[in-house]
Design a binder for this molecule. Structure first.
Ligand SMILES: Nc1ncnc2c1ncn2[C@@H]1O[C@H](COP(=O)(O)OP(=O)(O)O)[C@@H](O)[C@H]1O
Ligand SMILES: [Mg+2]
Length: 423
């Protein structure tokens, strides 16, 4: 666009030159006529007419060029506006006085704010303090900030990748800052799920063999313990034998659960009705049937029904345990919706929910708050859902109680690549 405008202004300069030269010629002629005779006056009359025509011609051309230039400038301004409006990334331009000069629709959508143009950025971006802090830094430093990741929002946190570039004027001082950002939440979630999948596979390879050996050893100890006849033992030895038996049973359970979690799972994918699987999972947990309410549109998916059943029974068991610990009559609500090619399931209860500092750890193996817990239930649930190319997230309901949100693809054939969608 810049060379076109350059040529146009050169053209206008040329026409201006012609006009000036024509003026000079007319002026010189007029002086000569004033000092010369009648002949010269006649001759010069014709020339003056020709010159005035040339002058008019030049003026018309000048006007045309001016109009063309204005149209071109308008078109390029419109194009720039369309580009800014249509950008899927957020764009905020802040002048050096701290006023927002421009903010595009994507920026308002990502940041969850209305308006903003013409306002001080500190005021308009108050709900997204980390971004306003980054603009503070850019305006103070006047050096670019490149691909910085920030987190905004507390209830539904989102990760933004932000780049801020300064616009420097001819005097070398900062004129404005251009802040461009993209929502990286989905990409980061996808990366995390992929990392998790890889980590689980590696962990399985490393530890499954060892855990298996442990289980065999424990079975042997337990077997020998059973062979000992408590009647023929002195009373204090009887207590020890009972202790050994109880411990081997408990440890055996931990190892079995750990193997379930760590062993690379052989998945048998068949079409399964999610509602049927969930109902069977409820039947597996004593006392759950009366507490669970199912609602919504439950699809059929391609999955491993044994693994899915195990996952849902773990969720239901946890909810029942949480309600029992808090002394609440349990109510577990499971809802399914099919908004697109995925099913979104929520599992909610009326228990005490998670303590805020524990929430980020709930899926970690061995993370438990229960005296007799293994901390492997939710790790297994997450593994099963991730193996089905799904996602799971835990949260506290605003009205109290725990909430799990699951996303399961309707047509998950083999455990293949994950799709970049967030919960
Ligand atoms: N529905 C729930 N409500 C409150 N806390 C829960 C719920 N589900 C899980 N938790 C918490 O997450 C922890 C881990 O659960 P899990 O992995 O199943 O292990 P475990 O049940 O053996 O403790 C629990 O100890 C508990 O603190
Ligand atoms: Mg559990």
């Amino acid at each position: 666009m810049a060379p076109t405008l350059g040529f146009a202004s050169m053209g206008m300069l040329g026409i201006l030159l012609v006009i000036i030269i024509a003026f000079v010629v007319v002026l010189v002629r007029a002086i000569r006529v004033a000092s010369g005779g009648g002949n010269a006056r006649r001759e010069s009359g014709g020339e003056a007419a020709m010159l005035s025509m040339a002058l008019q011609d030049a003026l018309v051309k000048l006007k045309q060029q001016e109009r063309a230039m204005a149209a071109r400038a308008e078109a390029s301004e419109r194009l720039a506006d369309q580009i800014v409006e249509g950008l899927t990334s957020g764009l905020v331009v802040v002048d050096r006085g701290g006023q927002i000069q421009a903010i595009n629709p994507a920026a308002k959508r990502i940041l969850g704010i209305d308006g903003g143009a013409g306002k001080p950025y500190r005021e308009a971006l108050r709900p997204v303090q980390p971004l306003s802090g980054l603009i503070d830094e850019a305006l103070e430093g006047s050096s670019p900030i490149v691909r910085r990741t920030i987190m905004i929002g507390s209830e539904k946190p989102r990760h933004l990748g932000v780049t801020i570039s300064p616009i420097i004027n001819d005097e070398g001082s900062l004129q404005a800052s251009v802040c461009l950002f993209t929502d990286l939440t989905d990409v980061m979630q996808l990366e995390e799920q992929l990392r998790l999948k890889e980590a689980l596979a590696r962990l399985g390879e490393l530890t499954a063999g060892l855990a298996h050996e442990f289980r065999n050893g424990l079975a042997t100890i337990h077997g020998y313990g059973k062979l000992l006849d408590p009647q023929s033992l002195p009373p204090q030895a009887k207590t020890c034998v009972d202790g050994i038996r109880a411990e081997t049973i408990a440890l055996g359970e931990v190892v079995t659960n750990f193997l379930r979690f760590a062993r690379p799972e052989q998945m048998t994918m068949t079409p399964v009705e999610l509602k049927t699987v969930i109902q069977r999972a409820i039947d597996d947990v004593p006392g759950a049937a009366a507490a669970v309410e199912l609602e919504g549109d439950f699809p059929a998916i391609n999955g491993d029904d044994v693994l899915l059943r195990r996952a849902f029974s773990n969720l239901v068991r946890n909810s029942l345990e949480a309600c029992a610990d808090a002394g609440m009559p349990p109510h577990i609500y499971i809802r399914s919706d099919i908004p697109d090619d995925h099913a979104i399931l929520t599992v909610e209860d009326n228990g005490p929910g998670f303590s805020p500092e524990y929430l980020s750890k709930v899926f970690q193996p061995f993370a438990t708050t229960k005296a007799n817990g293994t901390g492997l239930g939710l790790a297994i649930v997450q593994k099963v859902i991730v193996s089905h190319n799904g996602l799971i997230a835990a949260a506290n309901r605003p009205e109290g109680g725990a909430q799990f949100r699951l996303r399961l693809p309707l047509a998950s054939r083999d455990p293949g690549p994950l799709t970049p969608r967030s919960l």
